[in-house]
Ligand binder design. Structure first.
Ligand SMILES: [Zn+2]
Length: 80
């Protein structure tokens, strides 16, 4: 019992670290392609190269849902 609660705590800590890392990371801009997109506020991202603003995930630019959507659009374009 005690052992599993310690393991759970470590897992939470690891996840929190991953969130912190992705919050600070820079992301590639959808518009100019430069890796200069930074989080400016909750779910708001801005490219420091071209000033484009994006609404993204709360802690990282692309959410899993967004990724899936983009992939579907790319597939549609390829098949068109
Ligand atoms: Zn840009």
């Amino acid at each position: 019992m005690a052992k599993s609660s310690v393991r759970y705590g470590a897992e939470l800590r690891r996840r929190a670290e991953a969130v912190q890392k992705s919050k600070r990371a820079k992301y590639a801009c959808f518009k100019c392609g430069k890796k200069n997109v930074k989080r400016i506020s909750y779910a708001q991202w801005r490219c420091r190269s071209c000033n484009a603003k994006f609404a993204g995930g709360a802690y990282s630019l692309s959410t899993t849902v967004g990724e899936t959507g983009r992939r579907i659009i790319q597939d549609l374009k390829r098949n068109a």
